[in-house]
Design a protein around this ligand. Structure first.
Ligand code: ZN
Ligand code: ZN
Length: 321
């Protein structure tokens, strides 16, 4: 039993799915992460990892109300959505929040992904109730007893509220949203599709300061990024990081666990294992994300934890059977 936020990784690969014998250990599905804050389910991105995740939510009857946060609208972060089972369930309430595209609204892009020319079913053919909203960096997404909503300021909320802050980064073509999800004093920062800057990304360091968990893009080997890897052109400016860049952000922001994410689809498991070893030498608490990686956040600091009220205890017993 635990009072902490739970994180589970369903898709950790960047750019395009990479199935096959060489990627079995870390997995080949594109980005999708599940966060559970008590009874509330928050999903990050809708790559192909959201397909098995959706089936699991439906099977375990946790599909009543879901908040899906999109980092941006690139194909590898939305391509699983047309196959997301809860979107087809009439009793599901689905909140989809993220940024508008550079030329089109978020809703338009999602509709176009399922136009009759490209997919047999449109968004409107999916029976769930959908609340699709583009949000802005200055806004705060809140999920508490009053439901899911977007507010101007996240102050004055109870510790039981899930509070989500947004950081808009320009370190990826077209821009990308990063999210800081806080519940009961614990924070997870999701920073995928981002490229490091010389001297580290200071705005991101500030946004991720002291987070318990940092999920950070680490797509490339240094030699690949710099154009020194046989057969691979330099990827500088593509909007993705190296392990070194990810570790620099974690160290500068004094975060807890660093989870390296958005793996290069051309890399086999042994390459990723080597990158993980390197990461641990730069930032001790580093882990290469893999499909099925699941853990509960343990607070890094000794928060003064108030004794549970009788009602909270009841809820906890009920939850833990
Ligand atoms: Zn991506
Ligand atoms: Zn992208």
């Amino acid at each position: 039993m635990s009072n902490g936020m739970k994180i589970k990784f369903w898709g950790v690969r960047g750019s395009y799915p990479a199935p096959g014998a060489g990627t079995v250990k870390y997995g080949g599905n594109t980005p999708s992460v599940e966060i559970r804050a008590g009874e509330r389910t928050i999903l990050l991105d809708a790559g192909t990892g959201i397909i098995p995740l959706g089936r699991e939510l439906a099977r375990t009857k946790r599909a009543n109300e879901i908040l899906l946060l999109l980092s941006h609208l690139h194909n590898d972060h939305t391509q699983g959505f047309p196959f997301f089972v809860p979107a087809y369930l009439p009793n599901t309430k689905l909140h989809i929040y993220g940024p508008d595209g550079t030329h089109e609204s978020m809703k338009n892009v999602l509709e176009r992904n399922q136009s009759s020319e490209t997919f047999p079913l449109g968004l409107r053919d999916m029976a769930s109730a959908k609340d699709i909203q583009a949000v802005r960096e200055s806004e705060v997404i809140v999920w508490d007893e009053a439901g899911v909503r977007v507010v101007e300021s996240g102050t004055g909320l109870s510790d039981e509220a899930v509070v989500i802050r947004i950081h808009k980064s320009y370190a990826h073509p077209g821009g990308v949203f990063m999210y800081r999800i806080t519940w009961r004093g614990q924070s997870v920062v999701y920073a995928t599709d981002t490229e490091g800057y010389v001297g580290t990304d200071k705005r991101l360091v500030k946004f991720a300061k002291d987070a318990d968990v940092l999920i950070h893009d680490a797509q490339y080997l240094d030699e690949h990024y710099w154009g020194q890897l046989e057969g691979f052109p330099s990827t500088q400016g593509f909007g993705h990081s190296t392990v070194t860049m990810a570790c620099e952000v974690a160290a500068s922001a004094s975060t807890g666990q660093l989870i390296l994410f958005h793996h290069e689809p051309a890399y086999a498991d042994d390459v990723l294992a080597g990158m993980e070893a390197k990461a641990k030498s730069l930032f001790r608490d580093s882990t290469m994300a893999y499909e099925g990686l699941e853990f509960t956040i343990t607070p890094r600091f000794d928060y003064a934890i108030a004794p549970l009220s009788a009602r909270e205890r009841d809820v906890q017993y009920a939850q833990n059977g």
